[in-house]
Design a protein. Structure first.
Length: 115
């Protein structure tokens, strides 16, 4: 039940704010479902495949997707994912958890300073 609720919250935030479910799902998986950072990020990425497919189809049908921009962001992002997975295998879980917290905090500060 907690996994389903985590997915629903992540999907809601993803649709409302465009933040990607990972920004919501990863902390929830770590804090409430006892996943470590490796498992939480990998599980979130796998779940995002479903969310992104549904969101893309829905927004595509509404004419909201700039397909050229999506390709220019998405294709290089795949290289970034490969590099991130390779790096993640070498880092301790505690470092991953703290680094993710720093990224979230930095994003929050930037949003507060320049809304």
């Amino acid at each position: 039940m907690r996994l389903a609720l985590t997915g629903a919250v992540a999907g809601l935030f993803s649709a409302l704010f465009g933040v990607g479910g990972g920004l919501v799902a990863v902390p929830l998986l770590i804090a409430f479902l006892a996943h470590d950072a490796r498992s939480a990020t990998a599980t979130s990425l796998a779940a995002i495949v479903l969310t992104a497919t549904w969101g893309t189809a829905t927004h595509g049908a509404l004419g909201n997707v700039d397909w050229a921009a999506a390709a220019l962001v998405g294709v290089p992002a795949m290289a970034g994912v490969a590099a991130g997975v390779a790096l993640k295998r070498r880092l301790p879980v505690a470092v991953l958890t703290r680094a993710f917290a720093v990224v979230l905090l930095a994003a929050a500060v930037l949003m507060l300073v320049d809304p």
